[in-house]
Write a protein that binds this ligand. Structure first.
Ligand code: SAM
Length: 318
């Protein structure tokens, strides 16, 4: 399988501090000059697209706190050959930006939201703001994106009582609600080991409360999710089971962090640095060669079994 999907982290900064992500205080944010500039991101992205990538997702940190993010979306959408531009956000700034992002060419948006209760929102994210995220969901549905997904990390004794409420959201609105198993990606998430809530249990709860889940064919934008529908629902329900499923063999993605480091696999070391090439005056042919090498490393890496290591979702964006 060729590499078709590039995830770009736009910043290591975030306006939330989720319990399973790298703590803000540990961070010591990167100095501004280390981050790729808009033009550098667009040039790297265009080189990936010439190498075969057709879909790009912007993530973070929180991508919507990047300055002039709408302009960056416009630049990326103009890359010839790019079929789809998507974004994953915590939704805090979405109500103000959704319309402009759509107008600039953003095709799809994933909103991360783990609770529908303000008190739990503050416990999980460290900040108030549920009302802003809910307004962001409304604004996204109105803005006309081809799809709006909700990403929900389910954790036992923290938000698992809300599984049915989240599933219910897919009935009335054309939302794709996706339940994600907590992944022991870093020290903080590893400490939440007992909060692991398996997909099978979430499914059972949903079916007991809301009726049978009918499996539907996963679309090209569903990645490793298994997708279902409740009877008569406008939206869908998906499950991403990083802990109980193995999906390395179907992985077609690479990740670039905000400094231009490229990770062929979420668990591989970043052995590739596009920033040095971009700032060293490399031509398009040199970039293309480099990207070909990265893709080759990925195809070899994928043959190994997955070995969970330490990754920082806050800078790589999941
Ligand atoms: N700030 C943006 C957001 O909140 O969507 C983008 C970055 S955030 C790191 C991307 C996604 O990774 C979020 O949906 C978050 O819930 C998920 N995530 C972070 N750490 C995780 C973990 N340990 N296990 C599972 N999902 C995780």
């Amino acid at each position: 399988m060729g590499v078709e999907y590039l995830r770009i982290s736009l910043t290591d900064r975030c306006n939330l501090n989720c319990v399973y992500c790298t703590p803000l205080e540990k961070h010591g944010y990167l100095p501004h000059e280390e981050l790729l500039r808009h033009e550098e991101i667009a040039r790297a992205a265009a080189a990936f697209v010439r190498g075969g990538v057709t879909k790009i997702r912007l993530t973070g940190g929180e991508p919507l706190i990047r300055k002039d993010v709408v302009e960056l979306v416009r630049m990326l959408k103009a890359i010839p050959g790019l079929k789809e531009l998507a974004l994953t956000t915590n939704g805090i700034r979405l109500a103000e930006l959704a319309k402009d992002l759509r107008a600039a060419g953003l095709d799809r948006v994933n909103i991360s939201l783990d609770t529908l209760k303000e008190k739990t929102f503050k416990e999980i994210t460290g900040f108030p703001g549920l009302d802003k995220v809910l307004a962001g969901i409304d604004a996204s549905l109105k803005a006309g994106f081809s799809q709006v997904k909700l990403n929900v990390v389910i954790m036992r004794s923290i938000n698992d009582a809300e599984v049915e409420d989240f599933a219910r959201l897919s009935i009335e609105r054309p939302l794709a609600v996706r339940f994600i198993e907590l992944f022991p990606a870093n020290d903080r998430a590893t400490k939440l080991f007992n909060a692991h809530f398996p997909t099978a249990e979430a499914k059972k709860r949903i079916e007991a409360a809301l009726g049978p889940l009918e499996q539907v064919q996963a679309g090209h934008s569903d990645g490793p999710a298994r997708v279902y529908k409740l009877r008569g629902a406008k939206g869908q329900i998906g499950f991403i089971s990083g802990r109980s499923d193995y999906f390395c063999l179907s992985c077609n993605r690479v990740r670039m962090d905000c400094t231009g480091k490229v990770y062929p696999c979420l668990f591989s070391p970043a052995t590739h640095n596009l920033r040095d090439l971009l700032r060293g005056g490399a031509g398009d042919a040199a970039l293309a060669d480099y990207i070909k090498k990265i893709f080759l490393v990925k195809s070899n890496y994928r043959k190994d079994s997955p070995t969970a290591g330490h990754i920082e979702m806050s800078s790589l964006g999941g």
